[in-house]
Design a protein around this ligand. Structure first.
Ligand code: RRO
Length: 297
């Protein structure tokens, strides 16, 4: 499926996802009120990936709920994801109230890792706030499955600490990872940055991100209780990348930068390439290799 933020902003994007061979889709992270986001240019692809500082542009949660409501009627066998991104626990409660008052019957993704709203730190790096948000959310909202989108972590102690917090809640899943926040890509010819907001700093996706994403999927699979599933996101450009994410423990895989670069045809290609890898190895089902990465010790 798509990673939140890619091919999920406008009705045309969502139509393309709905008509693609992706198993599901997630809508752009939404706030209560529509947001224009940061000034353009705010997204650039490069040979190795992408940089973005979109700044959470979205048409407001009700826009996405009404789109999904119709999609649910068209393809009821499909499971849909709606992503929300409040700026506080109170915001998240308001967003969840809105979802619970609608006819939405899919999965909620709570984005704890938007790196691009100036003055708003990434919640996922503030462990006390993560616990406070999840305490608040799960005190009131347990009917619909809810997962969290996390930023990448880079320290084993942080994996331990975050997993210990996440294991306290009835989370449906953890999605690792969001973009690496506040990287900088430079054009050496023009001697300029590539995007306008934040003096050029932005979230890094694509091939640059894969080793970090795989490490996060693998480290969380070792630490999270088995009921919490894992969505692997980051650097998925080929069937081999999908295979590696699943080998590290991903139950599902999302595509961001490659979807932006290639369009929804990417899903058929990735599926075909994954099937070929599995056939070559004699694997008949995902469970034959999921989470079975071997270590050298
Ligand atoms: O909109 C964005 O700038 C954005 C978001 Br909400 C996010 O979660 N991750 C990202 O790379 N960009």
């Amino acid at each position: 499926m798509n990673a939140a933020g890619v091919c999920d902003y406008t009705r045309a994007d969502l139509d393309a996802m709905q008509n693609s061979s992706a198993a599901s889709f997630v809508t752009k992270s939404a706030t209560v009120s529509p947001r224009e986001g940061n000034p353009e240019p705010r997204y650039r692809d490069t040979a190795w990936g992408s940089i973005n500082s979109m700044g959470l542009p979205n048409f407001g949660l009700s826009y996405y709920l009404s789109y999904v409501s119709q999609a649910q009627q068209e393809q009821p066998e499909k499971t849909y994801f709606v992503s929300i991104s409040g700026f506080s626990a109170e915001d998240d409660v308001a967003l969840l109230n809105q979802i619970y008052q609608s006819d939405f019957n899919g999965i909620i993704e709570l984005n704890l890792s938007c790196p691009n709203v100036v003055g708003k730190p990434q919640t996922g790096y503030d462990f006390e706030t993560v616990a406070h948000v999840l305490d608040t959310v799960f005190a009131q909202f347990t009917r619909l499955p809810l997962g969290v989108k996390l930023p990448p972590y880079f320290d084993l102690v942080h994996f331990d600490q975050m997993a210990a917090i996440l294991n306290r809640y009835p989370l449906a899943y953890v999605n690792s990872v969001n973009s690496i926040g506040n990287g900088l890509l430079v054009n050496p010819h023009s001697e300029t940055v590539l995007i306008k907001p934040k003096h050029g700093l932005g979230g890094i996706g694509g091939a640059y991100l894969k080793p970090t994403a795989l490490a996060n999927v693998f480290a969380f699979r070792q630490r999270l209780k088995p009921e919490i599933q894992i969505i692997g996101t980051g650097g998925v450009q080929s069937g081999v990348d999908v295979f590696e994410h699943i080998l590290c423990g991903a139950d599902m895989v999302q595509v961001g930068t490659a979807l932006h670069q290639e369009g929804v045809a990417v899903f058929e290609r990735l599926t075909r390439e994954l099937r070929n890898i599995m056939a070559g190895k004699g694997y008949r089902k995902i469970d034959d290799f999921k989470g079975k990465l071997k270590t050298l010790d």
